[in-house]
Design a protein around this ligand. Structure first.
Ligand code: ISL
Length: 573
């Protein structure tokens, strides 16, 4: 077999710079703030830091709209400070991964400015320009070249009045999609990636990378998407999720960018809508595409018929079936990434746990234990290691995220009750993950000396890094122990995975086995005591307890009579 990759036992920590720490008092997190808090990451024990975008950007989508790939936005700092950060991360034995956003640029990127300047521009074909639907006038309702909706509400096409043509934007109108069919675009992207790698960065997290290949006919036609009930727009995802040339493009990128460079790099492709079968192809080392992917199945299980803003309760059996299938599907070939949270998802303790005072710590540590004992590479999103919770938003004015604000505007205009729209946003809105990291119990949670760009969560008096560093039973120290376990127990990294009691509605349990060593992981994912009927329970009862999330209560109780949100990891050889 192939030797395991250097990152196989690594844990990645995601920083969303805007909300991490502010060093200059403008209320927005920055590179100086990150440099000042690297001790926290080192104490946690993570191996890799992934930085959400810090490139020059109009900040329409908080930096996922890039106007210069080879500079740092002044709001975050300078290139020189970036080099300092990179050196400081490396000095601490960690690696630094950048966000690569190349499905689209900002509409203020010089490439797009040039492309838009005229239908005869040499860069016209770098983006997706199309005439109105045949027989229709530009700007008329329904004249867009396809019926696709944008992820951020409304049509995915924006009319350029000057030329009478539309350009494609799967996300905001300030995020025009690059045309990857054009080899000049691909060469420009690869050159930019090489420039960062030569500067010393250790890899990329690739934003919506499975959307770069669009299903287009030889004469340039794009197809309408499936109709969406109750919407004037259609779902074009069949035309751009894992499109016809996606594997070819990623293999080419690997050849041009990674193949001749250091082997100590790491790549993860963010891939909404990816199936486990596709993921096997993307992550099969023999195919040389990416090391791992972010899949979205488990974070869609609580979406109702109306989508992400129509939430419904999670059924634990669905979660186990889904994650279990991914464990199995990538067992022989490929590799999983493991995450509950990122900057687009609500906080996991509020979503799948219980963020009330009685159960916040127990449910956060219970969920963490489950995730970190799966096979794959765990990702920790800033604040998750503190058990940070969803935000107490009350009005639309509290939101900053373009997706949430656009959704509210469109839904209310279409006649939905504003209170109902707000309720949906409160559950799943991305700003839940974007409130400032809570460093202290003090003013603004120690995030800034100025006015934070988005309000600090009032619970920072209880939930904050300073308090948790000092408390061995905190969420922070539990994450630290989990990360340590991955570094010391090969079975956590390499062991095979067997799901137990898949139909149990309260208990999530599985075993991991590597040679003679076997782990039992069992968790009560509920606020009610439970005694699951585990296979082989008697034999496990007296075995070594590697880790638990609740303080021992001193009783000689049945170890598998699980208290609310109790999680246990047993080991035997
Ligand atoms: O939250 C979502 C919208 O409903 C997700 O679908 C999200 O937009 C999707 O995961 C893609 O996310 C990435 O690309 C976006 C950016 O806004 C997200 O922050 C980024 O993670 C466009 O660049």
């Amino acid at each position: 077999g192939r030797a395991p990759a250097w990152w196989s036992d690594a844990v990645v920590y995601q920083i969303y710079p805007r909300s991490f720490a502010d060093s200059d008092g403008d209320g927005i997190g920055d590179l100086g703030g990150i440099i000042a808090h690297l001790d926290h990451l080192q104490a946690l024990g993570v191996d890799v830091v992934w930085l959400s975008p810090v490139y020059r950007s109009p900040q329409d989508d908080n930096g996922y709209d890039i106007s210069d790939y080879q500079d740092i936005d002044p709001v975050f700092g300078t290139l020189q400070q970036f080099d300092e950060l990179l050196a400081a991360v490396h000095d601490r034995g960690m690696k630094l991964v950048m966000d690569l956003v190349v499905n689209h640029t900002s509409d203020e990127h010089p490439w797009f400015v040039e492309s838009r300047s005229s239908p005869d521009s040499p860069k016209r074909d770098w983006y997706w320009w199309r005439k109105p639907r045949p027989g229709m006038a530009a700007g008329a309702p329904g004249a867009e070249p396809t019926n696709w909706h944008s992820f951020f509400s409304g049509s995915a096409w924006e009319l350029d009045e000057d030329s009478g043509e539309y350009y494609l934007h799967l996300f905001s109108r300030k995020q025009p999609d690059l045309n990857w069919e054009n080899p000049e675009v691909r060469r420009a992207v690869y050159a930019m990636m090489g420039w960062w790698l030569d500067r010393g960065v250790d890899g990329f997290r690739m934003d919506v990378i499975n959307m770069i290949s669009k299903d287009v006919t030889a004469d340039g036609h794009l197809h309408d998407g499936r109709p969406v009930p109750g919407s004037p727009y259609g779902d074009g995802s069949d035309s751009y999720i894992c499109g016809p040339r996606i594997h070819e493009f990623l293999q080419e990128m690997h050849r041009e960018v990674f193949a001749h460079r250091s082997a100590e790099l790491i790549t993860v492709g963010e891939m909404p809508g990816v199936t486990v079968e596709e993921a096997r192809l993307f992550t099969d080392p023999a195919r040389a595409e990416v090391d791992m992917v972010f899949q979205f199945e488990h974070v869609g299980l609580d979406h109702g018929p109306g989508g992400k803003f129509d939430p419904r309760p999670l059924r634990l059996t669905d979660l186990k079936a889904s994650l279990g299938r991914w464990q199995e599907g990538l067992e022989e070939v490929g590799w999983n990434s493991l995450y509950w949270n990122n900057h687009d998802q609500p906080r996991v303790v509020s979503r799948f746990g219980d963020d009330g005072p009685a159960h916040r710590v127990a449910s956060a540590t219970c969920l963490a234990t489950l995730l970190h004992l799966h096979r794959g590479t765990p990702y920790v999103y800033q604040g998750e290691e503190l058990g940070m919770t969803n935000a107490p938003f009350t009005a639309i004015e509290d939101f900053r995220d373009i997706e949430s604000i656009n959704h509210y505007r469109h839904a209310v205009a279409a006649g939905t009750d504003p209170a109902a729209v707000l309720a949906g946003l409160r559950w799943t809105g991305r700003d839940n993950a974007r409130t400032p990291v809570q460093w202290t119990a003090g003013e603004n949670a120690g995030f800034t000396t100025g006015t934070p760009w988005i309000p600090v969560h009032p619970n920072h008096d209880v939930v904050n890094a300073e308090t948790e560093h000092a408390d061995p039973d905190s969420v922070f120290h539990h994450y630290r122990r989990l990360i340590g376990l991955r570094h010391t127990e090969p079975v956590v990294v390499h062991g095979d995975f067997t799901m137990l009691v898949p139909d149990h509605e309260q208990v999530y349990a599985f075993t991991r086995r590597l040679g003679e060593v076997e782990l039992l992981v069992v968790a009560n994912v509920s606020g009610r005591e439970v005694r699951p009927d585990l296979p082989d329970a008697d034999a496990w009862a007296g075995t070594e307890v590697l880790l638990t999330n609740l303080p021992a209560d001193g009783s000689a109780r049945d170890p598998f009579l699980l208290r609310p949100w109790e999680a246990r990891v047993h080991r035997r050889t």
